[in-house]
Design a protein around this ligand. Structure first.
Ligand code: X6L
Ligand code: MG
Ligand code: MG
Length: 177
C-alpha cells in the first residue's frame, strides 16, 4: 500500500443473526486481507436495541478505521462482496442480517451519487453508529468534536451497551495470526 495515495475511512459494522461476534471478526479479517485496504483501529463491540424495524433480534455494532487506496465506489463494492460472502441476503428493507458494512465518513471527501452518499446521511441520529465511532475518532479533531456534540444532545444512549472489547490485531476467529 502506498501511503501517499491512501485515505482514512470510518465504517460501521453490524450483525444480528447467528454468531454475531464471529461475523464481525471475519469481516475485519477479510477487509484487512484485501491488497488495497487495511484495518487500522476498531472500536469496542456494543449490543444495541434494533432501530427502524424493532421486531428483530438485538444487534452487535462496532466501528472500524480503514486505510485504503480504493476509490469510494470501489470500497463500497468490496464491502458488499464481504457481506455476500457472509451470507448477507436482502429480504425486507430494515430486516435482520448476518453482516452489515456501511461507509460512514471519508476523511477529506464527500460523495453524492445514486449509489453512495458520504458522509452517511443518517449517521447523526443513530447512537449505535455514533458511540462506537467515538472510540476511534480521537485523532480526527473536527469529526471527534462533532460526534461528542451529537451524542451529548441525545436524550439517552439509545439502547447501546458495551458488550466486549475487540483487540486488533488479534481479532481472528482462529488463533492464526
Ligand atoms: C424512523 C424511521 C426512525 C426509520 C428510524 C433507523 C430506519 C435506522 C433504518 C428509522 C430507521 C435504520 C441497525 C438497526 C438497522 C443496526 C441497530 C437502519 C437500518 N440497522 N438497529 N436497524 N443496529 N441497533 O445496525 O439503520 S436497519
Ligand atoms: Mg446499516
Ligand atoms: Mg448497510
Amino acid at each position: 500500500m502506498n501511503i501517499m495515495t491512501a485515505s482514512d475511512v470510518y465504517i460501521g459494522m453490524g450483525s444480528n443473526i447467528g454468531d454475531r461476534l464471529a461475523y464481525l471478526k471475519h469481516a475485519l479479517a477479510d477487509i484487512h486481507n484485501h491488497a488495497h485496504c487495511e484495518v487500522i483501529r476498531c472500536s469496542a463491540v456494543y449490543e444495541t436495541a434494533p432501530v427502524g424495524y424493532v421486531d428483530q433480534p438485538a444487534f452487535l455494532n462496532m466501528a472500524a478505521l480503514l486505510r485504503t487506496e480504493l476509490r469510494p465506489v470501489e470500497l463500497l463494492h468490496m464491502l458488499m462482496a464481504v457481506e455476500r460472502k457472509h451470507s448477507r441476503v436482502r429480504h425486507e428493507r430494515w430486516g435482520p442480517r448476518t453482516l452489515d458494512l456501511d461507509i460512514l465518513y471519508w476523511s477529506g471527501e464527500e460523495v453524492s451519487t445514486r449509489e453512495l452518499i458520504i458522509p452517511h446521511p443518517r449517521m447523526a441520529e443513530r447512537a449505535f453508529v455514533l458511540i462506537p465511532l467515538l472510540d476511534i475518532a480521537d485523532h480526527e479533531p473536527s469529526f471527534y468534536a462533532w460526534l461528542r456534540k451529537r451524542i451529548e444532545t441525545m436524550d439517552d444512549e439509545g439502547g447501546v451497551e458495551l458488550w466486549t472489547h475487540m483487540h486488533w490485531p488479534g481479532a481472528s476467529v482462529h488463533s492464526a495470526n
